[in-house]
Design a protein around this ligand. Structure first.
Ligand SMILES: *Cc1c(COP(=O)(O)O)cnc(C)c1O
Length: 465
């Protein structure tokens, strides 16, 4: 209590925060009225707030703290690197040892012929790089009209102008004049919400073939790339039907479209493999990485690029693009230490053999609750749908997200960080979570869903639209 109490009182912190700190994805009025949650410490899978409340972090921060909080090795790696070389850039034909070592390590881990890394400071920046990279690639190939990038509604690819344009989030497009031109969106493979009477497999094929339809409509000489998350994260942990990815792969191959797998969430063990592309048998030309590459201990992102694309781009003169912090030595040193821990501590095997099967079994049991429709997980990603009528997969009559938000707030109160996307509840816990901690997660999740349910019933909100 002493250590965490060694700061201004919570109310004063909240007042200062609301007065001076503009938050991402937060409404200012609510921030002033309720105050932000102030997180002061974390260890393993648990967070502690400024009042000393301990919470199980079933989101691993923002999908990123793969090896859990409090790992001294990462702090030591940062400390040592700061003393040796705290910063230098990688522009104008210079480099440094951490960037070289990390590029080599990522080239070894990545599937297929993805052997070249362009570093960025975040996933958003990496996706901005991808937009310029694929257009530059096709121009260098003598096909300057191949510029359109196809993405999906309800995708998340970051918050920069490029990242948010690639993303398919309508509330994001509504602010700031997005999307950028020459970016198209097709439907998402979200069977539960949009599949109607079709089987999941039929629906997966239908949604994949929308890609082929758009390519046919535009002409394949105008389409540069398709970008997608192997499993949609921020859109609500949407696990595509098994028919989806093989068909997308076939279409990209048949029409000479570069495939960009946005692995920012699915990379670095979340699916039980180094990359989601390996779990789902996808052969991307480019992978976007960030988040779990450092377990969130340092900001770092990048694009891992195939031999074929890298060769063309390298031969085409300067790529007039780069970030001051591309390959930042401290972030790179922390990433290397994080990857060493994932490998040497057998984190992938823990996910595949222990944590993910156990989570899958327990998570699916939430579907026994009267307010829960589908409850599915893949690796260490889980999503469930709150519904007033699971037989017909009905949405609530109340505005989308009303019940989801109540559920999230109840989770917080009960010591569980679970996020809501509309009326879906989602989790993405640290990969190192134990069986006992998964039990605790599920106990708190059930109790919170049930408490929300009783409130919703009492307030007359358990009504289908
Ligand atoms: C978080 C995320 C991004 C953006 O990464 P930032 O580091 O927040 O810029 C991009 N793509 C996916 C799939 C993400 O989940």
């Amino acid at each position: 209590m002493n250590v965490i109490a060694n700061h201004l009182p919570t109310a004063e912190l909240q007042r200062l925060d609301a007065a001076h700190h503009l938050h991402p994805f937060t409404a200012g009025a609510e921030l002033k009225a309720k105050g932000a949650r102030v997180i002061t410490r974390a260890e393993g899978v648990f967070l502690t707030d400024s009042d000393g409340n301990k919470m199980l972090d079933a989101m691993a921060g923002l999908w990123c703290v793969n090896i859990g909080y409090g790992r001294r090795e990462l702090a030591d790696a940062a400390h040592a690197q700061m003393l040796q070389l705290p910063y230098y850039n990688t522009f104008f034909q210079t480099t440094h040892v951490p960037a070289i070592a990390l590029a080599k390590r990522l080239a070894d881990l990545a599937p297929g012929d993805l052997h070249h890394v362009f570093f960025a400071g975040s996933g958003s920046e990496a996706n901005d790089t991808n937009i310029r990279l694929v257009r530059h690639y096709w121009a260098a190939m003598g096909k300057p009209d191949k510029r359109v990038i196809i993405s999906r509604h309800n995708a998340y690819h970051g918050s920069t102008m490029g990242g948010a344009s690639l993303g398919g989030m309508e509330p994001m497009h509504a602010q700031g004049g997005l999307p950028l031109p020459e970016i198209e969106h097709i439907g998402q493979p979200h069977w539960y919400g949009e599949g109607g009477d079709m089987s999941p497999e039929e629906f997966g094929l239908l949604r994949a073939r929308e890609l082929e339809n758009v390519i046919a409509h535009l002409g394949e000489d105008r389409v540069a790339a398709f970008i997608a998350e192997p499993i949609q994260g921020a859109g609500g942990v949407i696990i595509p039907p098994d028919s989806y990815w093989p068909e997308v792969q076939r279409i990209c191959d048949a029409h000479e479209i570069l495939l960009i797998a946005d692995e920012v969430i699915t990379g670095f063990g979340r699916t039980g493999y180094w990359f989601g592309s390996q779990a789902l048998n996808i052969r991307p030309d480019i992978m976007t990485i960030a988040k779990g590459v450092t377990s969130g201990y340092q900001p770092l992102g990048g694009s891992i690029v195939s031999d074929a694309v890298a060769e063309v781009v390298s031969e085409a003169g300067d790529f007039n693009h780069g970030y001051t912090y591309s390959g930042h030595p401290v972030a790179a040193a922390v990433a290397l230490e994080n990857l060493r821990i994932i490998e040497e501590e057998g984190v992938l095997a823990h996910v595949r053999e222990v944590a993910a099967p156990y989570l899958a079994e327990k998570w699916a049991m939430l579907a026994d609750h009267p307010m829960v429709g589908e409850a599915k997980s893949y690796g260490m990603l889980g999503g469930l749908q709150l519904t007033p009528n699971k037989t017909v997969r009905a949405p609530f009559a109340a505005p989308v997200g009303t019940v989801g938000l109540r559920c999230r707030e109840t989770c917080f109160k009960n010591g569980l960080v679970m996020r809501h996307v509309g009326d879906r509840m989602i989790i993405s816990p640290p990969l190192v979570i134990t069986r006992e901690e998964i039990d605790l997660l599920l106990d708190r999740a059930w109790a919170s869903i049930d408490e929300t349910y009783r409130g919703v019933l009492g307030d007359g909100l358990f009504e289908a639209a």
